[in-house]
Structures are given as structure tokens and as C-alpha cells.
Write a protein that binds this ligand. Structure first.
Ligand code: FES
Length: 107
């Protein structure tokens, strides 16, 4: 698969299950690993600006924003409780040759 249009996120082995990280690309993208799968959303909490990739706590498929305790489903970006009511942008991830990439968002 060509990786030309993709944004490199990390090596597969460098993000353990239950961990997340922040990329600078596209104004900030949070990448999560849950049960061996990689997910990606916009990094900034949709309530106020707070990094989910750096400060969020991943619990299963939910990321907790540690500023005011909103939760999001990392599979869809959907908010799961107040004070967040707006979904995060969702990105598709591609894993190839042990490397994790973010696909361009064509919304
Ligand atoms: S900034 Fe995330 S819940 Fe307020």
C-alpha cells in the first residue's frame, strides 16, 4: 500500500494497549491503542481546549478528558457525557509494516 497521502503517527510497538499520544498534524490528532487496534480523533476536547492525546485517560474504548471529566468513544468520537456535547473529528488509521498512519480526513 502506498503511504504517500498518509501521516505517520508512530511505530506499532511504541504505543502499548491502553496508551494514547498527541500528533501535531492537522492542528492536533490524538491516537489511541485499545486491544491491539489503533484509533484517532481530533486532539482537543470539544468542550474547551484540552489535549486528549497528552492529558486524556484511556479506559477501554473511552477517553476521559481530565479537565472537566467529559468522556468520548474513541471509535466514533462521540461524546458520552456532559459537559461535552460535540463529537470529536474521527480519523481512519492504517497499520502497515509495523507503522501506524493517519488517513486524510475527507469529510
Ligand atoms: S475541556 Fe474537556 S471536559 Fe472541559
Amino acid at each position: 500500500m502506498s503511504t504517500e497521502a498518509l501521516t505517520f503517527a508512530c511505530n506499532e510497538k511504541d504505543l502499548a494497549d491502553g496508551e494514547n499520544l498527541r500528533l501535531e498534524a492537522e492542528g492536533g490528532i490524538a491516537v489511541y491503542r485499545v486491544d491491539g487496534e489503533f484509533y484517532a480523533t481530533s486532539d482537543s476536547c470539544s468542550h474547551e481546549k484540552w489535549s486528549l492525546g497528552e492529558e486524556g485517560e484511556l479506559e477501554g474504548h473511552e477517553v476521559l478528558c481530565t479537565l472537566h471529566m467529559a468522556r468520548f468513544d474513541v471509535r466514533t468520537g462521540a461524546p458520552l457525557c456532559f459537559p461535552a456535547v460535540i463529537a470529536l473529528k474521527k480519523y481512519r488509521t492504517v497499520v502497515t509494516d509495523g507503522r501506524v498512519y493517519i488517513a486524510p480526513n475527507n469529510d
